[in-house]
Design a protein around this ligand. Sequence first.
Ligand code: ATP
Length: 893
Amino acid sequence: MKWHEMEIQEAAASVKTDRDTGLSDSEVQSRYSKFGYNELEEAKKTSALLLFLGQFKDFMVLVLFGATIISAFLGEYIDAVAIIAIVLLNGVLGFLQERRAERSLEALKQLSAPQVSALREGEWVRIPSRGLVPGDIVKFTAGDRIGADVRLLSVKSLEIEESALTGESLPVQKTCGALKVQEAGLGDLTNMAFMGTLVTRGSGTGMVVATGMKTAMGQIADLLQSAGTLDTPLQKRLEQLGKILIVVALLLTALVVGVGVIQGHSVYAMFLAGVSLAVAAIPEGLPAIVTVALALGVQRMIRQKSIVRKLPAVETLGCASVICSDKTGTMTQNKMTVTDIWSEGRQWKVTGTGLDLSGAFTFRDEPVLPKNEKALQQLLTFGMLCNTAHLIDKEEEKRIDGDPTEGALLIAAMKAGITREGLEKKFTIIEEFPFDSSRKRMSVIAEDTAGKRFVVTKGAPDVLLSLSRHVLWENRQQHMASSHEQRIKESIESMASKALRTIAIAYKPLHGSHKISQEEAERDLVFLGLQGMIDPPRPEVKQAIKECRAAGIKTVMITGDHVITARAIARQLDLLPQNGKVMEGSELNRLSDEELEQIADDVYVFARVSPEHKLKIVKALQKRGHIVAMTGDGVNDAPAIKAADIGIAMGITGTDVAKEASALVLADDNFATIKSAIKEGRNIYENIRKFIRYLLASNVGEILVMLFAMLLALPLPLVPIQILWVNLVTDGLPAMALGLDQPEGNLMNRKPRHPKEGVFARKLGWKVISRGFLIGGATLGAFLFIYSRDPENLAYAQTVAFSTLVMAQLIHVFDCRSEKSIFDRNPFENMYLVWAVISSVILMLAVIYYPPLQPIFKTVPIVLRDWVLILGMASLPTFLLAGSLLSAKGKKA
Ligand code: ATP
């Protein structure tokens, strides 16, 4: 028999599970060995060997290999072996870099893997979806992605969108009874839920009947092999740039070789020098270093609680000019406590904070017992009845399982001695119409022990007011007169102006026990009263908003909450400037897209909005030229998250749908984390710029020193193996260390970067070329000086040129840390760089002074007094640069 044809008991028996306690841990372990993990097989990854060999597929490297073989034939064995060793070493480094990048991207994927709720050993636990086994009992609510194939056990208005499997985009209403359908398609199996489909409404529980490749999704998994990782715009741009640079480097090298040959150098010597030069000057490592810098940045971001799901977001973050953020839970703590209760024109206060159940009720500062206050007692009771939250109260943890708003209502009722167990004895919930942010309300149909049914609705007060025809006043149900309405509105506003989040509760007796629709249930209600709860702002948010403002980033609050509550919180957070506008969802409805666009820049708070409004807001801001970051958590937030330049989902309260649409997930749901992520995004980009600047200036220097020497009919200032050494050491470690550099002090005091800004913007191109000239010139100068002093000892002059080039680059690397000058920054801030430079210097000294290396690198020990010349020439470019900056400053002043 098929799963859908079985009754629940039969199905449970055949997967050997207990629907009340789930599986035991030992049973889960044994099922792993039997069924494996709940995973779809992925496409094969590139093997390590291929990745390693890939390092040598570069054309110039192959030519270099060829050239080395020729030199071996000519008897230059040492040369040949040394060159091959260096090229291999270079390949190993490239391989390690690439693998590291790949690994961290892989780790990222794991981090954002979906989680599911499963019943294990009688307790609900959150586990990664790959941990599910057949027989697991699972639960899910709107916004979740189903983790495996499931036979449903219970449903509450459950609707699931199965387009991934069936192509049908309309959600299917789910049931849980056995089905007697023959030849059914997946779409007809309404008592099943399938891996990868999306819960769009309601909630349900089920038991896993198939996992991994055995699921319906597994059978078509071949079609679903995910696309490769996305390259970021910068990576793409650098790839293009890389191609241009290859051509330029080749042309220049050819020029060096041509001029050299004309000047009388041997073709063989020039060929080998040329190829080495080309290998050194072509920045083949650039894309890998960029990926490593991105990946390392992403790891730093994880430590700061932001998880990047799409790599390009790292770059876009640095361009963000507006952050649109939810209020509840993101700017506030989501730790709600009911403090004020209002009914029939009377107002009570409740003491106590958080989940502490000791709290007292007062009326006009006098203590009261809720059970003696009928309206109060009823308001609290209904607040617990129309409520899906649970208090988990164990020794090791005390928390609310469910919506914090409902948690607050639950705790308030418990303070009055009302318990869930007590209520369950008196009432049965017949039906539940779940809360969603667009309806801003939730209802249940309950039945008491006498069989009488009634509706309880709770939700946004203004919404409930419009659904109520009656009101409970002076202990009886009265027609809602405008005077009542006036009083209710006043109390809503008075609560809201104290920054309280307000929930209204209404009810309606039903006649008979026939099934009624949601619309029918929520019509003509009796308004009962209000509960107001505090939800204090997160303490760090105010500072974060301030820092964003300094960084040219505007913060906009978007909330489903009441406009007055929203304004009060915005004021507490210093988010709303004097002339800043607050706009309500109803006004948003009236405005056309163009009209909204006109005023979008002035609005700082959008209140009582539905998730659908968010998309309109994102588009209007984008039309104004903004790069928009937008947060969200629910199913309906997904379109706006997707449309935003940086979609951000909440890690704790966010649904799978929101997370999947997002580029960034906040592990702690905290607004301040967005600011840190933006800062990190800016820093990563700046660091990439730093090492591009360093690498390219170094390469220009290397080429120019050779070119100048050839033009001046001088001997080769550097031998091929020295050039390759520079490429390996000087261009290797220090460049990597720049990728780990700390931000400059003014990073968050600049305007956001323009997204179209090119790699060489802000004078980077000029810096590269001018510095390249200076490095090349200084090296040649040192070479020329020594060579003219003693033309007989060419190797000595070459060793001096080599040292000058290396030192000039190692000094220049510190210049690259600042947009201004080397003296702006403390070099010891970045100890990676200091150590990278120290090790490069030691390696250089080894090559010069360690006798066994001398014949390989064609070096001669340099006498101490010549180091004065070397260091002087090497630091000359830095002093010239600093001097020119100073004089520019002087002129300005
Ligand atoms: P934000 O968008 O900043 O997260 P929010 O949490 O107030 O704000 P929603 O969750 O959409 O936004 O809630 C909108 C309104 O619906 C709330 O102001 C409240 O009055 C009401 N509400 C919130 N949660 C519930 C619930 N569980 N049941 C009934 N009504 C609710």
